[in-house]
Design a binder for this molecule. Sequence first.
Ligand SMILES: [Zn+2]
Length: 327
Amino acid sequence: MFDLIKDIMKPLGVSGREGPVRDVIKEKIAPYVDEITIDALGNLIAHKKGAPGAKKLMFAAHMDEIGFFTTCIDDGGRIRYSNAGGIRFAETVYSHVVFENGVRGVLVADDDAKEFNIKNGFVDIGAKNKKEAERRVSVGDTFAVRGDIRRIGGGRIAGRPFDDRIGCAILVEMARRMKTPCPYDVYFVFTVQEEVGCRGSKTAAYAIMPDIAVAVDITKTGDTPGSLKMAVELGGGAAIKVKDNSAISSPELVDKMIKLCRERKIKYQLEVLTMGGTDASSMQSAGAGCMVGCISIPTRYAHTPVEVIDMNDVSACVELGLALIEE
Ligand SMILES: [Zn+2]
């Protein structure tokens, strides 16, 4: 599965510019589903048909990543930017970045900057002046931080953006392994623009009108110095979300997931996140609404260039997703 994860993480996909990610996922999932559609916003909807009249089960993972839009280029050929999604600049500065057209650069800050922010940060693409920079980058071009994806020992891997390409990889793996015939009509939805307010999942859920919707996304952990006070730890198994700042999971679904984990001996933990949100929030309130839950992948240093996840947690998330489909 490591290679699948790497392939899905490679393309750039800042919110609103998910096309390259969608192309890769479409190719990966096509052999395992009955039909694939792409809606007006760019959501990729992969459908595996159930028996006639079966209830609809929708899984959602977002393709977009936090990143930047070029706002202007100054006289020195420096690229100035605005953020797409919640970025803490202290976590992002002094990194390699790649633009959507392949141009490479480094994200840096003024030499005398005491703290890093959008005003003193810029991208150096090696251009001598404004004119030269303009030949390579235009206002509106997106870019994001890119680094290697590496195994760091203990079954753990580091890189970015696990948020939420790891969720996308889990959905592809579920589609590959799910048994047929299936008691549900299953929709694997790869959403756009989650990081800027869960926009894609809203229209996708409205179009599908699922009975049950489950977001598969990363969550923070409470096991590093200075981290949030929360019970989730890396290596502790699939995290079953009870609530975050944007949605409260349906208690019936939380109970069902706990029961499935116990019966099938899937390692799990319960998650109460005091911040953030996922596509579950917009799916819950789309149209007449539906029952929602969230399978979370514990992630250390989330939204930095060196996010860390545990492959055993990833396997547990795949097992839990498959258990939901089969019951
Ligand atoms: Zn996410």
